[in-house]
Ligand binder design. Structure first.
Ligand code: X2X
Length: 346
């Protein structure tokens, strides 16, 4: 009897010892020596800079327990950016700073941000991302199998082309315009009378250079960093039809492999990096006189600003597409977004 009790005590002690011996290193053992962060563009762009800031903050906050390597050019998926979300879910990618546009083929609600002329200004973007709509989007992304941590911003996507100034939908007629993302983009440009063609960012640049396509739409920070004026893009129309937020996200299994304390550090790093990234993405565009546009004009690019009436013609032409996609995205969500924008602080 006594021996049995002693044995039991010994067994319990051994179990306890094993638990303490294994629990600490067990966590560390699950950590990879390196985590792969996918990005469409590298740190020369505000977008990639945001990824770099996040990676550096994570390394610092976790004392090097979590090491991140950047993979710009969506190189983990051979440049096919519309497959990024699936790869993230499957674990081919550990983490990413990704555009809502590139994930919208898999997560239809993300098309919200691509509804033409939904968000008239930066305050409207903020009203969505920092409000209830942003929270709902994160719940949707979580259900889709990833862990979203913070918002960033690619930016307002302005229209450029090599042929002539565009002031009205009629000026777009027959122009070959490169787009990426979901069918919403094809429908928007078709409604405007253009000839849209879908291709990756990697393919877009040579296609612009060879003249295989006439134009494209991208934020000004992408236009300047990629030097699109050197591939024939001499005409720019500031129409602000959509803006793509970025999302800082981690693969679910990777997230669960980290200790709760490390998860919080990674989240905090993402939130800080997101705020810094958004400021970089807006730089030169929100100050009086928009200094970035002056730089672009100095490169020999002709910039067209639309009067409210001219802009309205684009809004009207794309309205049927908006209405159709409102239902595909979810009318409740879009109604909520419209209300949040109407109530925004300017
Ligand atoms: O491909 C684009 O146009 C880019 C770089 O803006 C995105 O990844 C959405």
């Amino acid at each position: 009897m006594k021996l049995r009790r002693t044995l039991l005590t010994l067994a319990a002690a051994a179990t306890a010892l094993a638990a303490t011996t294994f629990s600490l290193p067990a966590a560390a053992q699950n950590y990879k020596s390196e985590y792969r962060m996918s990005l469409v563009v590298g740190p020369a762009f505000p977008w990639g800079k945001g990824g770099e800031i996040w990676a550096n903050k994570v390394k610092e906050k976790t004392n090097g327990r979590i090491n991140i390597k950047l993979y710009p050019g969506v190189s983990l998926i051979q440049g096919d950016q519309t497959r990024e979300f699936s790869a993230l879910r499957q674990g081919v990618i550990d983490m990413a700073v990704g555009s809502t546009i590139n994930w919208s083929p898999q997560v239809r609600q993300l098309n919200l941000f691509s509804l033409p002329f939904l968000m008239p200004d930066y305050a409207a973007i903020d009203a969505l991302t920092t409000g209830d709509v942003g929270k709902q989007m994160f719940t949707i992304l979580e259900k889709a199998g990833v862990v979203p941590l913070a918002w960033g911003l690619n930016g307002y996507r302005e229209l450029s082309n090599s042929k002539h100034p565009i002031k009205s939908p009629a000026d777009l007629k027959g122009l070959k315009i490169r787009v990426v993302g979901s069918p919403l983009f094809l429908e928007t440009f078709t409604a405007l009378g253009a000839n849209p063609t879908q291709m990756s960012w990697a393919d877009a640049q040579p296609a612009l250079a060879s003249g295989a396509v006439d134009g494209q739409e991208n934020p000004m920070s992408i236009f300047t960093a990629a030097k699109l004026h050197t591939v024939g893009q001499k005409h720019l129309t500031m129409w602000g039809y959509i803006a793509d937020p970025l999302v800082f996200v981690v693969n679910k299994q990777v997230w669960e492999s980290w200790t709760p304390a490390d998860r919080e550090l990674v989240r905090q790093a993402a939130i800080e990096a997101g705020q810094e990234q958004i400021a970089i993405a807006r730089k030169g565009l929100i100050e009086p006189g928009q200094p970035l546009l002056k730089d672009i004009a100095a490169m020999g690019v002709q910039i067209t600003h639309l009067s409210p009436a001219e802009r309205d013609a684009f809004v009207k032409a794309t309205r049927p597409v908006y209405d159709k996609w409102k239902n595909q995205i979810g009318a409740d969500l879009v109604n909520q977004a419209e209300k949040a924008i109407a109530a925004r602080k300017k």
